[in-house]
Design a binder for this molecule. Sequence first.
Ligand code: IVH
Length: 673
Amino acid sequence: MTVDFASRAAELREQLQYHIYRYNVLSDPVITDAEYDLLYRELLQIEQEHPELLTPDSPTQRAGNDLSEDFPKLRHPAPILSLSNAFSAEDLTAWEERNLKLLPAGTKLDYTLEPKLDGLTIVITYENGILTRAATRGNGELGDDVTANVKTIRTVPLRIPVHKDGPPAPERLVVRGEVMFLKEHFEALNRRQAEAGLPLYVNARNTASGTVKQKDSRITATRPLTAYLYSIVESVGVTINKQWDMLEYLRDMGFHIPPESHLYPALSDIIQQIPTWESRRNQLNLEIDGVVIKTNDLLIASELGVSGKDPRGAIAYKFPAQEASTKLIGVTVNIGRTGKITPTAQLDPVFVGGVTVVNASLHNYDLVEKLDIRLGDTVIIKRSGDVIPYVVGPIVGVRDGSETPIRPPETCPFCQTPIIQPEGMVDYICPNLACPERVFRKVEFFVSRGAMDIEGMGPQTVKTLIDKGFIADEGDIFYLNPEPLLELDKYGQKKVDNLFASIEAAKHRPLSQLITALGVDGVGGTIAELLARHYISIDNLMSASVESIDAIEGIGPILAQSIYDWFQNPHNRKVLEKLRAAGLNMRAEEKVAAGDGLTGLTFVITGTLPTLSRDQATEIIESHGGKVSSGVSKKTSYVLMGESPGSKADKARELGVSIISEEDLRKMVGDQT
Ligand code: IVH
């Protein structure tokens, strides 16, 4: 079979043009960036292998066009170029080798590494230090004049230098950067939408783009955009020869530059850094879709010139896509241990973040309604790191009218009890405490690690025990008989012995673990620990008033009420009595302070310590009057660091917080071992 490359190339060009228009002009794409990249790379490959098929208007030859009719046009002083992409270390090495061939023998290159910010390009002009105009990228030569909108962005200085002791303002400075929403600001924006009963925004990048291209700058002003600037397009009165110096110069002028940017002496150092960036990606407060690697020497970069619309001196390393689009073909209902109903999306299988995904969380019915997700919609799926894949939102632009709204069920699919939505809550629940699915989820949680930690009692065993009628609640676990179990399939003597040994051991768990295991809504390990320490016994907690619970630091009024209600509920009290009669530990050990040598000091623990676990180190610090917190700030006294520390160690260095080892800690508390 011969492939008709000419017609495939034409088809790809047409498709890409359409998607470029949706993305750039309408800020409303109907495919994901990764899907776009795939089409783009296919076209690029055909054109490379069949140069005769290359047309001057091919999307591979032109920067995208985001011009709209709503704005006057501004001409950029120099073309606003794009970047070519790399997807592997090999791509990067090949890129450097191609460049070295164009340079005198023996040339050594150093590089900056910057995050690739997922926003929209902005070009801002300052004349004698005053912001005079701002434009979108447009077609790379002409951009939309969005000066009024850009002036509303707080991180864009209206006058430079921002600080009096900054470098003097040059006669003219044209800078390029990226406008976007920080994750927390985008979430806040959506909270506002929800409060106003308005539909939620699905995608931060497209919302940022739509916001910058608002006709009414008063609307733009109400949306918390942020801008990072990373290059100088033109300057009169100042010359800078290195990318790194450029970033420092921009920073000294008072611009925000891409966070965590660094200079490295060789490409191999950059390649080494990439895994760290990939794992850090989800912790950052901003969306990045890769990193950008730039030749530090700007004279060499300009000598290397441009290929198509991409400068040869820089390249974008794109992370594997965390998003993909697929069809929502069904919705299943799950009931949790608290009775909460969560809808789960059934999807046409889609490959995302390295795995094939067939179902994804739809969060709750309230959000389904706010995002207007319909059955039959093409939806965006996100799978980031270890997070369960979830539906980000629908692609409204490809609906054909056959999509149907998704409603919560009227009765519980497991026990047929009518579903209710408690006043003021977003969740729908099955209110039946004896609902078999609820009981299963409750027991499954009760025995899990961090809760009662009953080894050998996985979900399958729990299911069997419930189905066979051996247990009807958590309390029954401790009254099981071994004999009937031995009759079951796959339950030999050894397995049953082990199970009973773990059940016996679970009777002696600390009170905090028992409280966690009860599965009170909103009570995880930390809150359970607070309650155990405060009340010392289950009896005290069972007779505590809402006011007394609310008075504990770290517990708010809503949680206090939920805890109080749980312990007053007759069904729950019955289970507790069963557990008591079975001989479970219901008292906390009163802690004896080992000393007060660390009073007033706050510690943050990062990395793996040589001999102590994190809990043991916390125990030592707290028993000597110190505090342990999770995030490094100026208030942190010490960062206790072990092997493979995370970004907390960088943060500590940045803030000048002292870093100590486990041995140092032992010395501080006078431990000679
Ligand atoms: S440099 C010629 N640096 O990514 C200079 N671009 O895929 C090209 N981007 O069009 C741009 N973060 O909109 C550069 N630190 C960064 C960036 C960055 C995000 C965007 C930019 C560019 C696109 C290329």
